[in-house]
Design a protein around this ligand. Structure first.
Ligand SMILES: [Zn+2]
Length: 452
């Protein structure tokens, strides 16, 4: 009998604890949806500062903006973490034309790939189309010599998750230029990594292998890629292009950090997004949305008077797009300072409708996440599976292999219409979807702090 009473008491206490959680999660959502500040903060970041490539004046202004905003919310601690970052500039001239067998000319919508060398004036070469690096490698060196290689593999439309479709194509952008250079190609153009057919070229990072001659790489819009394919079926096509992008010496930059001090210990839970963006559009979905969601999650916990058990950190990383020196440095500095990191949560998939969180961790850790997130079901956060955390928080796991990492999972259908292109502007972000993502980040941060 006594034992039964004991268990009854335990049950009541448990229910009380659970009710407290569901009530608090409700408060987080109410604040985000009714009095949210994320949308207006995103408007300021996108419209008053705009695109903010690492090393640019706009990136420096975004750092200033973020630090001031975080300070205005009076968190326990706001500071800049100094890091070294690469500095690449697109330059002014960026143009391409195709000329078909009948000498008809068509101008291309083209963007240099991030990190590419310039062309050193106007260059010209016959176009040779391949669908993959494997197909390129099956060609003889003579077939490629002096030509401009066109990588044309599009997204697989049969895929449901657009991040997977992107992942299946991204090697063309990242490695295609070096692979073509090994066969003495003059330059590379790729079909933009986009889910739809549109007129925007989509840039993104590429890298040069050591010891390989550095040739220019550019992306053309899906529409132009379709035209080029069409013209190639009718005969020889020549491509002319000119770009004066270049890489400068590394510069000093900063991750921007805000903290809530833990009341029980100094173990750290990080939420993060990246403050830098590509230099076209406004970096609204990538990753302005994530930046304002992290700030909003922190603002709401502060406003609701929450005192965390562990130390909570909001980290706005620099340089995710072309080097990830923000993420790498954050992890290295954590080790230097003998910090203990137990969890990191990233939002970097656009300000779209949230669906759950990807979990990086063991089967037991995934089970634990599923157990503690019952209170998120009423908010349609239903997907909790093994998956991907994020680029910025990724390096932490090298040093803290048992930590849990979470990536906000969103509806991925529209993201690659905007990603790394001039179309990624504030107007394409939906206010409620953005706010729901901020609330999801706040609620997840709260639940991890309570349960870890
Ligand atoms: Zn991003």
């Amino acid at each position: 009998m006594k034992l039964n009473v004991f268990f009854l008491l335990l049950l009541i206490l448990n229910i009380g604890y659970a009710n407290e959680d569901s009530t608090f999660v409700k408060k987080i959502y109410n604040e985000a949806l009714v009095k949210g500040e994320a949308y207006n903060n995103l408007r300021v970041l996108c419209k008053d500062i705009g695109a903010r490539l690492t090393g640019s004046a706009e990136a420096a202004m975004a750092i200033e903006w973020a630090e001031n905003l975080l300070e205005s919310y009076a968190f326990d601690n706001v500071y800049l973490q100094e890091i070294k970052v690469p500095h690449w500039e697109r330059g002014t001239k960026e143009a391409g034309w195709i000329i078909n067998a009948e000498q008809k000319i068509s101008k291309l919508d083209m963007l240099a790939l991030g990190g590419s060398v310039g062309t050193g004036g106007l260059i010209e070469g016959e176009v040779i189309k391949v669908e993959s690096i494997e197909e390129l490698n099956q060609l003889s060196d003579q077939e490629v010599d002096g030509k401009i290689v066109f990588f044309n593999r599009p997204f697989d439309q049969k895929m449901i998750n657009m991040f997977k479709a992107y992942g299946a194509c991204v090697d063309q952008r990242w490695a295609g230029t070096s692979e073509a250079s090994k066969k003495n190609a003059k330059a590379v153009v790729i079909r933009s990594l986009a889910s739809n057919t549109d007129g925007h070229p989509h840039t993104g990072s590429m890298h040069y292998e050591d010891g390989v001659i550095q040739i220019p790489g550019a992306a053309i819009s899906p529409n132009d890629a379709d035209d080029l394919v069409e013209w190639l079926t009718k005969g020889k096509v020549t491509l002319r292009m000119e770009m004066d992008c270049k890489t400068f010496a590394d510069v000093t930059s900063y991750n921007v950090i805000a903290e809530f001090k833990g009341s029980e210990d100094d173990k750290i839970i990080t939420i993060g997004a990246h403050l830098d963006s590509w230099d076209v559009g406004e970096g609204a979905h990538d990753d302005g949305a994530g930046v304002v969601q992290c700030i909003e999650a922190f603002r709401i916990l502060k406003k609701l008077g929450y005192r965390p058990n562990h130390t909570l950190r909001c980290v706005l990383f620099m340089n995710e797009e072309n080097g990830n020196f923000g993420g790498k440095s954050y992890a290295e500095i954590a080790v230097e300072n003998s910090e203990e990191h137990i969890c990191a949560i990233e939002t970097d998939r656009g300000g779209f409708l949230p669906m759950g969180f990807d979990v990086v961790g063991s089967d037991e850790q995934l089970e634990f996440i599923r157990e503690i997130t019952g209170d998120l079901k009423p908010y349609d956060l239903l997907k909790f599976n093994h998956g991907y955390g994020g680029v910025d928080i990724g390096p932490l796991r090298q040093y803290f292999p048992t930590m849990i990492q979470l990536g906000l999972n969103v509806n991925s259908q529209a993201y690659f219409d905007f990603h790394h292109s001039a179309a990624d502007v504030f107007e394409t972000v939906h206010q409620r979807e953005l706010a729901l993502g901020a609330a999801a980040m706040g609620a997840m941060l709260y639940l991890m702090d309570r349960n870890l």
